[in-house]
Design a protein around this ligand. Structure first.
Ligand code: CS2
Length: 489
């Protein structure tokens, strides 16, 4: 079959079923510079911004994508070849697929090729917001202390070479220095990562770095730059070769489309340094305090994912929808949410938690979003301390249930130790702490608490007999019989 290469010139030749940008992209200026244009940015902020450009005729809020590292070259080359267009493939639970070409990204730059050009771009009057999707690791904090990690060699490099930075805080500091020198207002720095108080975290890390490099500039940043906290949500599984092939079968060549579910949510604190897009006109919500929304999302959605991810991996499930289609897992998840997560959540204005949980289970069950458990379990060492451990400690403080979460921690120990599912099939484990997790888990044959003694992950959970009694019993049962389903009954 003859296929059409996705690019600006070919837009009118795409199949009729494809939704196209309806605005004049040549007029769109990049008011936003975004660092990290992986799948999530392209299913979320770029999607909202595309809706905005289409519905309001605004031209000042296009996006210039930025990658900082060599690993970002591939996406940059692909986007460039496609005039920065890509297909967002929205997969509905009933099998319907919407192919929507997103036009809000209008440029791309690679920091490791030309750092000066990137900081110039950020410092230009046109740029009003620099947004970030750099993953938890990108914030460069020490998980044990939550302080900026100055021992990172890239930090040392950036402190010594302000004009040629390698890491995000070096780029932001240099760009803000240029703006200040030019008498331009500061840009807003908007984190789009799934981190609690992502704006506060960005602020704290940037100020720590800038203070070391130039205290006077740091004082200006503290005064002038706004860092809105935000809760971001849209399930975005990894794009597979089959997704690319399916698009080809419908006549379109797109080397890196993005897959997502129909649902999306973005709750943002309304504090910006230099204007902002009217994202509220296209479904985002501006609130004075994002805390209850993010706690609800992290403790129900993300923790729910981790519950299924770890238990499901040992059981031999492959995907989140595969877990939810299994009544044992669906019931376990709902019980975890009802009995352990909900009792320690504050009420959230405008949200009925029962409906929210039911909608999560429906979203997880979408049979067309094949969200692989390997993606969910990726970097569990930075996820579980935020997603699950607070639910355990808050329940212990008030005598609540901890059974459901404790089995997940025992399962994580087994998973880290053995690296195989219950049939002995190897699991694809990716975690910065993989070696430490494995060593501590393997040690649990001699010292039952060895895994829990990883204080950077578990805090002082190993000291709490209420928890350890339940945990040790589960660990013993699991090592004696790795058929996790029997422990989940
Ligand atoms: C997932 C998230 O990585 C994970 O563990 O829970 O990526 C989740 O899909 C998103 O936060 C949904 O918004």
């Amino acid at each position: 079959m003859k296929t059409i290469q996705l690019n600006q010139g070919n837009l009118q030749h795409l199949p009729e079923s494809f939704a196209l940008p309806t605005y004049d992209r040549s007029k769109v200026k990049a008011g936003i510079v975004h660092i990290g244009i992986g799948g999530f940015h392209r299913s979320h902020e770029a999607f909202y911004t595309d809706e905005l450009l289409a519905s309001t005729g605004s031209t000042e809020w296009g996006i210039c994508g930025v990658g900082l590292r060599e690993a970002d070259r591939k996406i940059g080359d692909i986007l460039k070849q496609q005039d920065y267009l890509y297909t967002l493939i929205v997969k509905h639970p009933d099998g319907k697929v919407e192919n929507r070409v997103i036009g809000s990204i209008v440029d791309f730059m690679l920091g490791c090729d030309d750092a000066v050009a990137v900081t110039d771009k950020m410092a230009s009057a046109e740029t009003k917001i620099v947004s970030l999707t750099i993953t938890e690791g990108g914030y460069n904090f020490n998980p044990a202390t939550n302080e900026f990690d100055f021992s990172n060699p890239d930090v040392q490099h950036d402190l010594a070479n302000p004009q040629n930075p390698k890491m995000v805080f070096g780029f932001l500091t240099e760009a803000l220095r240029k703006r200040r020198a030019a008498g331009l207002p500061a840009f807003t720095i908007q984190s789009c990562d799934n981190i609690q108080h992502n704006g506060n975290m960005t602020r704290k890390m940037l100020l720590a770095f800038a203070e070391k490099q130039d205290p006077e500039l740091a004082a200006w940043i503290e005064q002038e730059v706004r860092f809105p906290n935000a809760m971001v949500d849209r399930i975005t599984p990894v794009t597979t070769p089959a997704d690319i092939a399916n698009l080809q079968a419908s006549g379109v060549d797109d080397a890196w489309p993005v897959i997502c579910e129909p649902f999306s949510q973005w709750v943002i604190e309304d504090t910006f340094s230099n204007g902002r897009p009217a994202w509220e006109n296209v479904g985002a919500q501006f609130v004075p305090d994002v805390t209850p929304y993010e706690t609800m999302k992290i403790r129900l959605l993300n923790a729910g994912h981790s519950v299924l991810g770890l238990l499901g991996s040992i059981h031999g499930h492959q995907t989140i929808d595969g877990c939810v289609a299994d009544p044992l897992f669906a019931t376990y998840l709902r019980r975890f949410m009802d009995v352990e997560a909900t009792p320690v959540l504050a009420p959230v204005e405008g949200i009925n938690l029962e409906d929210y949980k039911s909608s999560l289970i429906e979203r997880f069950g979408n049979p067309n979003v094949k969200d692989n458990l390997a993606r969910i379990c990726l970097e569990s060492s930075s996820k579980l301390p935020k997603f699950l451990i607070p639910t355990i400690t808050e329940n212990m403080a008030k005598g609540g249930s901890i059974q459901f979460a404790a089995l997940v921690i025992a399962a994580w120990c087994y998973y880290s130790d053995k690296g195989v599912n219950k049939e002995g099939v190897a699991l694809d484990i990716v975690d910065d702490m993989k070696a430490e997790l494995h060593a501590a888990a393997a040690g649990s044959q001699d010292d039952k608490l060895s895994f829990l003694k990883l204080t950077a992950v578990f805090g002082d959970l190993a000291q709490n007999a209420v928890f350890t009694d339940v945990y040790i019993a589960m660990l013993d049962a699991l090592y004696a019989n790795p058929n996790i389903a029997e422990q989940m009954q």
